[in-house]
Design a protein around this ligand. Sequence first.
Ligand code: 1PR
Length: 549
Amino acid sequence: MPTVHLLDYAAGNVRSLVNAIEKLGWQVEWIRSPEDVAKAETLILPGVGHFGHCLTQFANAGYVEPVKAHINAGKPFMGICVGIQALFEGSAENPAVPGLGIIKSRLERFKNDDKSVPHIGWNSANTASKDEGGEAQSVYGLRPESKYYYVHSYAVPYRPGELEKDGWTVATARYGSEEFVGAVARDNVLATQFHPEKSGVAGLRVLKAFLSGHKLSPLPPSTAPSATKEGLTRRIIACLDVRTNDQGDLVVTKGDQYDVREKSGGNAVRNLGKPVQKAQQYYEQGADEVTFLNITSFRDTPVKDLPMLEVLRQTSATVFVPLTIGGGIRETLDPETGKTVSALEVATLYFQSGADKISIGSDAVTAAEQYWASDRVLTGTTAIETISEAYGAQAVVVSIDPKRVYVASATSTPHHTIKTTTPGPKGEEYCWYACTTKGGRETRDLDVVQLATAVEALGAGELLLNCIDKDGTNSGFDLELIRSVKGAVRIPVIASSGAGNAGHFAEVFAETDVDAALGAGMFHRGEWTVKQVKEELGRQGLMVRGVEE
Ligand code: 1PR
């Protein structure tokens, strides 16, 4: 088996990358000291999270000169995410920390006045490369019509000719009004801002081209550059609520307004399939992400047996899109050892098992309550803060479980109210959304806008916005709720709860500026496939990522 070396400098979760490399038939060896770098023929520099944190670790461990020597010797080198950022001179994320300076440019933060930041989702990496005869060429398998998974807040703005004059081939993407560098290649170097290991078939093709040294290849006829559509696609997420049923098996379930037990037949937990198989099925249908929510996580479990670890390990070996895991991410007393395990340690176990993002529910409500009670003090000790600091904001999702509370007027509560088009049982024209914990079992005196703004300040990178009133109803997303939260934060928001058909996805994208939409029951029951939803969105003129074979 051919070998590729990966540089280990504590730069976040790299399990997915190892899985992708192994799937392609290469074996990974780790570089754990600067002396090891010279052993590498083909070297990959991964990296997720903060530029400053990663580059400081990298420099302090003594890697700067050996890695430069590897590149200068003409040996194959690939940088991914923070690994491409390292090649530049520096980043606005931490101006005091220098990059390697191999590429003469710097990273800037995306502007968030017209769009959400971080930039999360599937976007282009488009090159205009031609061979000597003027025919369009694919550089390292990149194709103009393909989409790749990006997750970052900082990027190098694309200024035509700036990098090309130094011999770099540049692949670009557009986010809102900003065009930025998605990938660069020159001689023995390829670097991507996107994650090829999380970009499905298109990403594996890029990784394989790099590993096998196939820099240029002809573009298939169907992929003429004219077919290119730049920009972020509408992200469709398949969600699997997972729990142990009465027989002790982990099953995918789905509730109606969070009640997952059948109404008849002994009140059993609704069983809609096996988690790993379902995730694989949605990946093949074109899901842009898969989310697992361990919905009985608040019950005590020995940490080493956290029920979703094995599900993640198995899923991440064959599913090459981002995986999110939620449920039980908080400080825990391990019932087996009696020791306290921090939220960061729990999250680390999940990241090491193949998760790309973790999702925090109940604990985020507690953190937000403390944030407001202390008049916005950031203690640096909450689960959101510690995990965001270690793995980057983009790895921290907050899952919100709000419930409508109807009131007669906007002033009859201190909470953020909206005037609703679906009045309450007594004709109330206003409502606010109360946050809940423990899967809706406890309702708190905290509204959804308070929660969203607090967790954004604490360092969450994305919101998974459920709605208990809508969950399992197949009646469409709660557009009023979504608009109210989108209006309050700049981080991406995922619409969840209520999807019953493809039209509901089209509606939420047309009627709100939500960043992604999630479905569960309609997919599990086999009423719709993810592919059919995307086809419908495409028919309605919304850009989606197609499934590549
Ligand atoms: O509090 O950090 O341990 O996290 C627990 C997690 O489990 C939270 O993310 C919470 O949303 C979730 N959860 C807890 N109980 C339930 C339940 O259903 N009884 N499920 C639950 C949440 C909601 C969505 C669902 C959408 C779409 N599930 O994920 O998939 O509503 O459904 P639909 O398209 O069929 O309408 P913590």
